[in-house]
Design a protein around this ligand. Structure first.
Ligand code: ADP
Ligand code: ZN
Ligand code: ZN
Length: 854
């Protein structure tokens, strides 16, 4: 018998699961991994069943599950295991871990309903006598009467239309006349009509085909609407008799549906044929077509159409790497390989073949990439390799709508898609029988989630590969210090692609010393004379250029010349960024918005000026300096949806643009063939950050972006503008010498006892109240101090570099240890101590293996 209880992880920042009773009727359907709707406090919440339980903890009131969302449990047992590992390793609340894993809930919609109470009914009844009682206004009385009319319940949204405001609703609620309840309802799955060919061949071949059909229709007593008739006449010519035109249209539809494409969603058919809806309807009535409703198909990537992947013969280095990968597969056990290949060495080709090999062995493959833009690119290649009619490949990233994401997710869960391409969270894709997990550009910081649960996608990928006895294949031109160190120590197997394909050379990199540029030009334009000349040359030659800037927005600081104050976010200790097009200041940390000040908010002087150019500004400048050029910008402001990414990247790849300006998202992975110039507007700002990874990051970014130039037949050139040309990160990037950089940086890390020689954890104590944040930091400090220097070094508490974030004051401890297990143990103890001292779970943030110490 199924146990009558289960433990449910809920998306709340608490470190426990909650026990619920399973009602009789649901006992068959509830399983570990199922999503369920449960009452929690005063709300309904979707959680996931973590395990079945024989009994409930004594002394608590146990509530019942209200609904089961899944016929098949959303999460596989392996994913549940992985979630527990993450919760343990990152010391993260288990419910938040599961929340990160689950598909978006598209099956439910919640509504707030106004319900008439018994007292409310009485009031309405006594009102019908004509007098106003209960101290109600006439509007309120009329409202109550209307609610009663509607069987005593209305939705909160339209209620506003019923002539009462929120204050009146509150009054009525306080008096107990109405109740406001949240109700959760099932939502219909969004479907679309799919059309298939059904008709007998004669109806097209024979001239009388149509007449037959017409007779048939009349016999069935079907009638055509006026509108249909009109459309059809317009489209098919005045004659209703079969015409050559009409036959050719039917023939085209048949070709499409029968041989070329198979059954098609209606909108697509209308576009491809092209015909109007009326024609399709007529043909359906004539029995030529059949149709049914189906869950909406994956949105087609417009660039998929007609895309044929290049069929390359592997070169010797690639072949060698493939052999080592095959050898791993043959072992059939867990392993990690690092594919270290310079930019343009053809890593993608190796990935694709590794995936192919995996599928051939009957297993599934997961490909993680650092950017949404790359999921489109790699996804397209995977589809053309593995996805007959695109079904075998699913793409998962955050720019998909919830409906799209849920659909892709379930295609994976049902086993229909066997290859997943996605960004960080796709590491949780519900694939079974995983044989290969690829992490492309494994060094990218976007793999680290900077909110709870603060997992690193690459590290989780490795753990998942281990659970599945699969191969983790990490790829990069500039591996992270940690990964390359492991490879050199023999923990990972190192595969090297030392040169670009087809004997292409790496782009030549030049430094533009901004100090010199200023002395010569006395201009403060972010585009130096050299970069300007380079762009000019590109335009003249008809080749393309990328221009990289590491900040978005128009100006990243608004300063007062009089008092020197900068406009800060009201919630965070951070300058507001000026966005010109949206005509406002925005905080890039909490999203708050302010009007653009005309006088200084602090001293009222009118000498407000804007400082520090961002991508929006750079785009404007380029347009001014190169009026004839076709320019677009790609950053998080211009690319919010999948469609926007596709449009811009597609236009650039297709040669419809000359210059593409953008933030880091341009630097990664793209294979644009006609780019001959890459300009880096400022390489410095990251070097001045108080962060031990600053040099590594700068080196990686510059090498990556340099790798975007000269990938086709044409050779490439890179211009790096900087104020610190002597810095070793910049020097080694100019030479594109990973080995030299690695040695130098490793030396520094060893001296300073930083990763990969130690493990770090960053602990933030935070609260809206400064007093509380200080008190709790002190308490935590009392716990830590006797442990200091016994295997773990504890620094802090200190004010965090971001002293205030989203209204909260922040204090920081930094923990360092040679042994990760010592860190985990100490922090586990610290969290238990916080519990005992009644410091709330949300006040103490643990970041294991932090990438950023802000
Ligand atoms: P990376 O990811 O290493 O920077 P890509 O995988 O994007 O490099 O490959 C760079 C280019 O080289 C692509 O245009 C790809 O089609 C091409 N390419 C890959 N392998 C070969 C090969 N063996 N011969 C010729 N061209 C190749
Ligand atoms: Zn001022
Ligand atoms: Zn803010």
């Amino acid at each position: 018998m199924t146990p009558p209880f289960c433990n449910v992880a809920l998306p709340v920042p608490l470190r426990t699961a909650f026990t619920y009773a399973i009602p009789e009727a649901l006992q068959e359907t509830v399983q570990a991994g199922s999503r369920v709707l449960v009452p929690f406090r005063k709300k309904s919440m979707v959680g996931v069943v973590v395990e079945m339980a024989e009994s409930a903890p004594p002394g608590t009131k146990i509530r019942e599950i209200s609904r089961v969302l899944d016929f098949v449990p959303s999460l596989t047992p392996k994913l549940i295991e992985l979630a527990h590992w993450i919760a343990g390793y990152y010391l993260a609340p288990v419910g938040e871990v599961f929340r990160a894993m689950l598909p978006p809930v598209t099956e439910l919609k919640s509504q707030r309903q106004i319900i008439l109470t018994d007292a409310g009914r009485e009031a309405v009844a006594s009102l019908s006598g004509g007098q106003l009682s209960h101290g109600l206004s006439s509007a309120e009385a009329a409202f109550l009467a209307k609610v009663k009319e509607k069987k005593g319940a209305v939705l909160l949204g339209p209620a506003a239309k019923l002539g009462v405001d929120a204050a009146a609703l509150q009054r009525l609620q306080r008096r107990g006349l109405i109740e406001i309840r949240e109700s959760v309802e099932g939502r219909k799955r969004r479907t679309q009509r799919v059309i298939a060919w059904k008709g007998a061949a004669e109806s097209i071949e024979k001239d009388e085909g149509k007449d037959n059909a017409e007779t048939l229709r009349q016999a069935r007593g079907e009638r055509r609407t006026q509108r249909n008739r009109r459309e059809e006449i317009e489209e098919e010519g005045i004659a209703e008799t079969p015409t050559a035109q009409r036959k050719s249209r039917e023939k085209r539809i048949r070709e499409l549906l029968e041989t070329e494409r198979g059954p098609l969603p209606l909108p697509q058919l209308l576009k491809l044929a092209p015909v109007t809806r009326a024609t399709i309807e007529r043909m359906s009535r004539d029995g030529l077509l059949e149709s049914w409703e189906e869950a909406i198909d994956p949105a087609e990537d417009p660039f998929d159409a007609g895309y044929a992947p290049p069929a390359h013969e592997l070169n010797a280095e690639q072949e060698n790497a493939m052999q080592r990968i095959r050898a791993r597969f043959a072992l059939g056990e867990f392993g990690v390989q690092l594919l270290h290949g310079v930019t343009g060495s053809g890593k993608t080709e190796v990935y694709l073949r590794a995936v192919q090999e995996t599928l051939a062995r009957g297993k599934t493959a997961l490909v993680l990439v650092p950017e949404i833009a790359l999921t489109l690119w790699i996804g397209r290649q995977c589809r053309s390799w593995f996805g007959a009619k695109f079904e075998g490949v699913a793409v998962l990233h955050s720019a998909l709508s919830d409906v799209e994401r849920a659909r892709e997710w379930w295609r994976v869960r049902s086993g229909e898609a066997r290859v997943v391409v996605g960004t960080r969270s796709a590491v949780f894709a519900p694939l079974e029988n995983v044989g290969l997990i690829i992490v492309d550009e494994e060094q990218e910081s976007s793999f680290k989630q900077e909110e709870t649960p603060r997992y690193h996608g690459r590290d989780v990928a490795i753990v998942r590969a281990k659970m599945e006895s699969a191969l983790a294949l990490l790829g990069s031109a500039t591996p992270s210090m940690e990964t390359y160190h492991h490879a050199r120590e023999g923990k990972y197997e190192l595969l090297t692609l030392g040169s670009r394909v087809a004997e292409r050379s790496l782009a030549s990199v030049e430094i533009v010393d901004l100090r010199e540029d200023f002395q010569q030009t006395h201009q403060t334009s972010p585009i130096s004379a050299a970069l300007h000349a380079g762009l000019q040359e590109c335009l003249a030659n008809g080749t393309q250029a990328l221009v990289l800037i590491n900040r978005r927005g128009y100006s990243w600081s608004v300063l007062c010349r009089s008092c020197g104050a900068s406009v800060q976010c009201v919630n965070c200790s951070i300058s507001m960024t000026h966005h010109k097009q949206r005509n406002r200041l925005e905080c890039h940390y909490c999203g708050s918005i302010q009007q653009i000040p005309t006088i200084c908010p602090k001293c009222q002087s009118k000498y407000v000026y804007f400082f520090g150019e961002g991508s929006e500004h750079l785009e404007e400048r380029l347009r001014k300096e190169f009026p004839g050029a076709r320019i677009a910008r790609l950053d998080r402001d211009t690319a919010r949806t999948k469609r926007q990414y596709q449009e811009t990247l597609g236009a650039f790849a297709g040669g419809a643009l000359d210059i593409l300006v953008g933030t880091q998202m341009l630097a990664k992975g793209h294979d644009f063939q006609r780019v001959t110039l890459v300009g880096v507007v400022s390489a410095d700002s990251s070097l001045s950050l108080p962060d031990f990874r600053a040099a590594e990051r700068a080196f990686q970014l510059l090498t990556q972006v340099a790798g975007r130039a000269g990938r086709g037949e044409l050779s490439g050139r890179v211009l790096i503008q900087t104020f610190y040309p002597e810095h070793y990160a910049i020097q080694d990037a100019v030479k594109q010498d990973y080995g030299a950089f690695f040695e130098r940086e490793l030396h520094f890390r060893r001296m300073m006892a930083y990763p990969p020689f130690t493990s770090l954890a960053n602990v933030i104590v935070r609260d809206v109240s400064l007093e509380k944040a200080i008190r709790w930091s002190r308490q935590l400090s009392e716990y830590f101090s006797p442990h200091d220097d016994k295997g773990v070094r504890i620094l802090g508490p200190a004010t965090a570099p971001l002293a205030r974030l989203k209204k909260e004051h922040r204090f920081q401890f930094l923990l360092k240890s040679q042994k990760r297990s010592a860190l985990t143990k100490l922090l586990g103890g610290a969290l238990a101590y916080c519990d005992a001292k009644e410091i709330p779970d949300t006040a103490v943030l643990v970041d294991m293996d932090p990438l950023s110490l802000l």
